[in-house]
Design a protein around this ligand. Structure first.
Ligand SMILES: *[C@@H]1O[C@H](CO)[C@@H](O)[C@H](O)[C@H]1NC(C)=O
Ligand SMILES: *[C@@H]1O[C@H](CO)[C@@H](O)[C@H](O)[C@H]1NC(C)=O
Ligand SMILES: *[C@@H]1O[C@H](CO)[C@@H](O)[C@H](O)[C@H]1NC(C)=O
Length: 261
């Protein structure tokens, strides 16, 4: 072998350890994230032993609940998780020979801290800095200024992806989060119409308060004092959905969505 060939082989081996493809999903090694994130809550769903990272990727790819996995080449431990590892802005790489993989979608770059949920195909960004004046309208335009939209959680799978990400990540739990649902501006600070609540998602869908009931706080939306006009995930209630005034009296950050295709 010439030195040149050795170099090429080494390169190929390294690359294959950094990314694996299974089905039509590309899984790549995650570098900047909070190692502790894997230890909490319900995101760890299955452990097995596989021969290669590719075999571990295959197990994850077939389960539509699986959003990330780790593989330890030394002993073949393959852990599948229903959530993703989140960037914490540092370059920390976990110790040991464990590698952590997340699914990639070009339109939803992890390098910009987007999280892609495979099952719902939702690409979202958790912004932890409160909106100016804790204002929903400011949050709505801040997402728009980034070319994004305040997130429409119009399916149970989207709700699940966002709420469980917050519930399982201690670094995201200091604030409430506005989501992309409001009453028509012309009806702000009025009673609900006789037909029921009049919320709509930013994407135009009506808000269904019945089918995703487990994500709603009991008794909400209640339009308290007829002054509640927008929806928010409440940190004091396990990030269940509450209606709230459009300028909250507690720190209100927000979640944007990158609308794909
Ligand atoms: C497998 O190896 C990893 C990395 O060295 C280690 O963290 C983990 O505890 C090992 N698991 C088992 C079951 O031995
Ligand atoms: C990010 O993770 C590293 C490594 O665990 C830790 O030292 C650092 O404090 C974390 N940063 C934040 C902002 O949580
Ligand atoms: C919220 O932002 C969207 C763009 O994402 C815009 O179309 C809409 O008018 C805004 N809503 C309000 C009430 O300003």
């Amino acid at each position: 072998m010439t030195p040149w060939m050795v170099l090429v082989l080494f390169f190929v081996t390294e690359r294959s350890g950094e990314a694996v493809t299974s089905g039509n999903v590309l899984w790549s090694v995650k570098r900047n994230f909070i190692p502790d994130f894997q230890a909490t809550g319900d995101q760890m769903a299955m452990t097995s032993v596989t021969a290669t990272s590719g075999a571990c990727a295959a197990l994850c790819t077939v389960g539509d609940w699986c959003n990330s996995f780790s593989f330890a080449p030394g002993n073949g431990t393959c852990d599948l998780y229903s959530l993703q590892f989140i960037n914490n802005g540092s370059a920390a790489v976990p110790s040991g020979d464990v590698k952590y993989y997340t699914p990639c979608k070009d339109e939803c770059p992890q390098s910009e801290n987007f999280i892609w949920d495979r099952r719902s195909d939702l690409c979202f960004l958790v912004v932890t800095q409160p909106a100016v004046g804790n204002s929903w309208l400011e949050a709505n335009s801040s997402c728009a200024a980034r070319g994004l939209a305040l997130v429409s959680l119009n399916t149970v799978h989207k709700l699940d992806a966002v709420v469980r990400t917050l519930r399982n990540n201690p670094t995201l739990q200091g604030v409430d989060y506005y989501i992309g649902a409001s009453r028509p501006l012309s009806r702000w600070n009025t009673a609900f119409p006789a037909s029921g609540q009049d919320y709509r998602w930013v994407n135009g869908d009506p808000v269904d308060t019945v089918s995703a009931r487990s994500y709603w706080a009991i008794g909400n939306p209640d339009n308290n004092f007829e002054q509640e006009n927008v929806l928010l995930l409440n940190r004091l209630r396990d990030f269940s959905i509450h209606d709230r005034t459009a300028t909250s009296d507690s720190p209100a950050a927000y979640i944007c969505e990158k609308v794909i295709n």
